[in-house]
Design a protein around this ligand. Structure first.
Ligand code: BES
Ligand code: ZN
Length: 632
């Protein structure tokens, strides 16, 4: 039902989009939505509006971190030695980003040098301007973080699986690296880094860098990241961690009690790595390990290079949610090797990664699974299109004056992937794979804008397949809302019987317990539940629950769908599970829709407030910020 309504909206948008096709033919500086007006001056497409840094004058190239992690005060302190290159030979001010950092001193060659910390902007933090004497090519900033740093979460022992030791992790994307390191916090600035991190001796530190699985656990750890990476990929975690290899180049770090289950769940990671590099070009990052975080981790996963950070909520016991691993691994190509130059271009990262995720899932688990995941992804995209304003439905999105955290949707992901799929279908898979391999090679270790991508597409695929591709349609995909009419449509035979079962049950022709669900997989359950009508009776909810014990279901995604239905239909027998779910899981994608649904009624809000108050001390700052508005 939801699906059908969304399709109508989608079609409406497509027609509108076709009706006012953009007139321009040159693709390099033309964005229909960026026309200059008094209140909305023309956008500079390569400018990063989310950083105060001045890499066009002086560009940071390498970081040397020497840090102490203090669990008693919730502070990271130490020195960041910053090497830079003058792009303008006479430039004398280095501007760095900071947020809630205390800057103690700045030195160059052992001498104090002057600096100023500007007033803070609510989204961007405070610019740190450092006067760099001529010939100086590195400065050392001595600083400490605030206990409230937006990119750091400090967990008490009770908030971990082992309950004995505290835990810390950072989450830098999009603009939170500046809350724990003073740096040029822009994806267009790539740095190599080295780090020494001191922790309590019984804990292990890991970073998005070389991690030696055999390192002695002694409270002092050394890291090196020899490939240049954007700041949002710098990451640190500290806790009672153990390591288990999964393959030659892959392994998993987790708290000891989670280690076996994680290694089993994600045992196909090595195979994923192997098939991806065969298709899309060599893996450029040496090892690929996973770090399993406590359940408060606010995302499903984060593609920190060499060491993806992963929520434990996907350890389902049956590999049903491992597309997350395929996704974070795929970022090693689309994202970490070729990066968005500004947050407006995020779709280049997430769209191609989502496309690669589907391809990896198909190679490892077969086309039937890929088709089911494509249907679920497309439905989720259609729901977002139905609810987002047109301006937020473009792939290249105007984020000026906004916090990138506030504009998170399926558009860059699923619309981006659908665009890539259309290109693939038009030119054929072999030609498209060749294009992607060339694209990753051509822009390796660079950060690019949407316009650079379009120019490259024009020079390569569009030239070679002028008979099959059309520049105007590409403009439409990137700069118009909705999805162009005639885009690829997802279909799964495995869902046909699920649709029939739902229809028959809703029509009263079949009792829930008569539905033959014995061989249903997670995706079929999700499809069954996600496409129920908005409103069901208490008798219908009870019947489903009695037949399938949905309130007790172990799979966190299925539980999410069921709990959302339970809120929308005020099905109280599920509410103690709902409370427990909200208090124990901090992954924003799983909790936010529940808070949002609860906030629609007064009694829902009261329930949400109770859960939120209990959960808040354990939530990540990002999850707090994203949901506090629903419980006020
Ligand atoms: N890089 C993203 C997470 C992210 C995006 C953090 C933007 C901050 C700003 C990561 O790769 C991601 O997409 N995670 C998804 C995974 C899912 C689409 C498989 C998530 O966390 O839900
Ligand atoms: Zn991603």
């Amino acid at each position: 039902m939801e699906f059908k309504i969304a399709s109508v909206v989608l079609l409406g948008l497509s027609l509108t989009a076709c009706g006012k096709a953009p007139e321009q033919s040159k693709t390099t500086q033309t964005q229909p939505q960026s026309a200059s007006t008094a209140s909305n001056p023309a956008m500079e497409v390569s400018k990063d509006y989310h950083s105060f840094a001045n890499p066009e004058q002086i560009k940071v190239t390498h970081l040397d971190l020497d840090l102490d992690v203090d669990f008693s005060q919730h502070i990271i302190s130490g020195d960041a030695t910053i090497q830079f290159q003058r792009i303008e030979p006479d430039a004398s001010t280095l501007i760095l980003d900071t947020r809630d950092l205390s800057i103690e001193r700045v030195t160059a060659m052992g001498q104090d040098i002057p600096f100023t910390l500007a007033d803070a902007d609510p989204h961007l933090g405070a610019a740190l301007s450092i006067e760099v004497p001529a010939k100086v090519e590195a400065v050392t900033v001595s600083y400490h973080t605030s206990p409230q740093a937006s990119g750091v979460q400090w967990l008490t022992p009770e908030q971990t699986a082992g309950k004995q030791q505290p835990f810390l992790f950072t989450q830098a994307q999009a603009i939170h690296a500046r809350s724990f390191i003073p740096l040029q916090d822009s994806p267009q600035v790539r740095v190599t880094y080295q780090a020494t991190v001191r922790t309590p001796a019984e804990l292990l530190a890991v970073m998005s860098a070389s991690n030696d699985p055999a390192t002695e656990r002694d409270g002092e750890y050394h890291f090196s990241m020899p490939q240049p990476i954007p700041s949002y990929l710098i990451a640190l975690a500290v806790g009672d961690l153990a390591f288990k290899p999964m393959g030659e180049r892959t392994g998993v770090y987790a708290e000891p009690s989670m280690l076996e289950a994680a290694a089993k769940e994600f045992e196909d990671t090595e195979a994923m790595l192997n098939v991806t590099e065969k298709k899309f070009g060599k893996y450029r990052w040496d090892r690929y390990d996973l770090l399993i975080l406590p359940p408060s981790f606010p995302f499903g996963g984060m593609e920190n290079p060499r060491l993806s950070f992963i929520t434990p909520t996907v350890i389902a016991g049956d590999k049903s949610l491992v597309s997350l691993i395929a996704h974070e691994l795929a970022h090693s190509w689309s994202g970490n090797t070729v990066t968005n130059a500004t947050w407006r271009d995020l779709w280049l990262n997430e769209g191609f990664t989502t496309y690669l995720t589907y391809r990896i899932m198909e190679m490892i688990y077969g086309p039937e699974r890929e088709q089911m995941e494509f249907v679920l992804g497309q439905q989720s995209l259609q729901a977002d299109i139905a609810s987002l304003p047109a301006a937020d439905q473009m792939l290249a999105i105007d984020l000026r004056g906004r916090d990138p955290d506030d504009v998170f949707s399926d558009i860059p992901y699923e619309k981006g992937a659908l665009f890539a799929r259309e290109l693939e279908q038009k030119v054929g898979r072999d030609a498209f794979d060749k294009f992607l391999m060339g694209y990753f090679e051509h822009f390796a270790f660079q950060s690019i804008t949407t316009d650079q991508f379009i120019a490259y597409l024009n020079d390569t695929l569009l030239k070679e397949h002028a008979d099959k591709l059309d520049a105007q349609r590409i403009q439409q995909w990137i700069f118009e809302p909705g999805v162009p009419a005639g885009a690829p449509m997802a279909h799964s035979d495995a869902f046909t019987k699920v649709d029939a079962a739902r229809d028959n049950w809703l029509a009263g022709e079949l009792k829930a317990e008569q539905i033959d669900t014995a061989n249903w997989n997670t995706h079929q359950w999700l499809h069954f539940l996600n496409n129920m009508p908005e409103s069901l009776s208490q008798a219908q909810m009870t019947e489903l629950d009695n037949a399938f014990a949905l309130t007790q279901v172990g799979n966190n995604e299925i539980a999410h769908s069921w709990l959302l239905m339970s809120v929308n239909n005020w099905y109280e027998p599920a509410f103690s599970r709902l409370h427990d779910y909200l208090v124990h899981i901090g992954r924003n994608k799983l909790v936010k829709p529940l808070y949002q649904a609860l906030s629609k009624t007064e009694k829902g809000k009261a329930f949400a407030k109770q859960a939120f108050t209990e959960a808040k001390p354990g939530y990540h700052p990002l999850t707090v910020k994203a949901n506090e508005g629903y419980v006020e």
